[in-house]
Write a protein that binds this ligand. Sequence first.
Ligand code: AMP
Ligand code: ZN
Length: 114
Amino acid sequence: MDENCLFCKIIAGKIPSKKVYEDDKVFVFEDISPKAPTHVLIIPKRHVVGLKEATPEDAEILGYCQLIAAKIGREHGIEDGYRTVYNVGPRSGQSVFHLHLHLLGGRDMTWPPG
Ligand code: AMP
Ligand code: ZN
């Protein structure tokens, strides 16, 4: 746990969140500022800064987060179209530096993303 990390505090229950799913490896909760009818964040329980900081030892958790996104997409009835997104680096809008996979769905998506 990184004492200064917002998402580590959410995992530890020190900051409240709307939990959607949890297991031994990941924690999933609703985004506080949703950009789609379904907008959840899938985060590893182990503190990883972001995709560009990930190492080969994070390969399994990266894949696992995507599989959890697919499971939640199925359970939320959004399989007609959703996105999984990592924002990487300041120009992407990344604002929290604990790896988080966005799952967005429940509306039409435009391409390319902004
Ligand atoms: P990013 O911009 O990719 O770093 O995404 C960070 C996301 O975290 C944003 O979509 C925020 O709305 C979301 N967020 C920030 N603080 C909280 C919080 N306390 N609970 C839930 N989501 C949050
Ligand atoms: Zn963290």
